[in-house]
Design a protein around this ligand. Structure first.
Ligand code: SF4
Ligand code: SF4
Length: 282
């Protein structure tokens, strides 16, 4: 997906190396990855291009209101809720996501997937997700089972996202309406974000050689449509909405159910919320 600034605004990351004092500037013929490697070698160990660029940060560039006296209307803050009591593990969400976003066919590449948790009376929880849950699940293991449930997963669109912090070229960024995106025109495929994500929500696209993950179907939600996974869910287990809008459907789910977020202790401030979830979920 290629993004312009009106869609949330990827910074002009190509200016960072110049400000960082890299020797020379990118010639039109120079490959982006070669340029990135050259600048990386020119910086002190451990310093990223954005860090070297100084206080003119990505966050500032995207959140500063435009100069002028007229206040901007309140922006959306998009989020998703998943009601574990409603998910039947049909996998339609994962299949719809693949079709909508042209995610490669192989089970190794997914933007969203459904995990099955089997909790035995004795022993550890067992978790599986064959082909992201798209083809259903095999018979349950032959143990004395206390309970079974399904957990759809995806990028949490963290409000404090480590993937954004580690991206050396500003290709991974937060939109002003709270969605974490990758601008594939800037991504150099270094995989730092894939390693930094504690939720395993990213993969390297095998053909494009750029990081890829859930976008909340940004191309749809900015037209007033629902994400594909939400639209096809037959039980309304997935609910999409705006945390800044009190009449958004997600507010009701958050208000009337016990809610948890995954790995909340990491302070990533996830914006995918789980209703009626078991403490065994990880
Ligand atoms: Fe980034 Fe992973 Fe959080 Fe998504 S879930 S915003 S990829 S850290
Ligand atoms: Fe669960 Fe809905 Fe996905 Fe089916 S489509 S697996 S019910 S979240």
């Amino acid at each position: 997906m290629s993004l312009d600034k009106e869609q949330g605004g990827c910074p002009s990351a190509v200016t960072a190396p110049k400000e960082a004092g890299c020797a020379g500037a990118a010639s039109p013929e120079m490959d982006r990855r070669q340029f990135f490697e050259m600048c990386k070698q020119a910086l002190p160990a451990g310093m990223t291009l954005l860090a070297a660029a100084g206080p003119l940060s990505l966050a500032n560039a995207q959140t500063s209101p435009a100069a002028g006296a007229v206040p901007e209307p309140k922006l959306a803050n998009y989020a998703m809720a998943v009601d574990i009591n409603k998910c039947i593990g049909c996998g339609r969400c994962a299949a719809a996501c693949k079709a909508e976003n042209k995610v490669p066919d192989s089970p190794h590449y997914v933007r969203t997937w459904v995990e099955r948790y089997v909790i035995p009376r004795d022993g550890e929880a067992m978790v599986d997700s064959p082909n992201a849950g798209i083809d259903g699940f095999p018979d349950q293991p032959a143990v004395d089972i206390l309970k079974t449930f399904f957990v759809p997963k995806l990028c949490n669109h963290c409000a404090n996202p480590p993937c954004v912090q580690v991206c050396p070229v500003g290709a991974t960024f937060q939109t002003r309406d709270g969605v974490v995106l990758v601008d594939e025109d800037y991504c150099v495929g270094c995989r730092y974000c894939i390693q930094a994500c504690p939720y395993g929500a990213r993969y390297l696209h095998p053909e494009k050689k750029v990081a890829d993950k859930c976008t909340f179907c940004y191309h749809r939600i900015t037209k007033g449509l629902l994400p594909a996974c939400v639209e096809v869910c037959p039980t309304q287990a997935r609910v999409f909405g705006d945390l800044n809008n009190r009449s958004s459907p997600i507010q009701r789910v958050l208000r009337f159910n016990p809610i948890m977020a995954l790995k909340a202790e990491l302070n990533t401030r996830p914006k995918v919320f789980y209703a009626n979830a078991d403490q065994e979920i990880r």
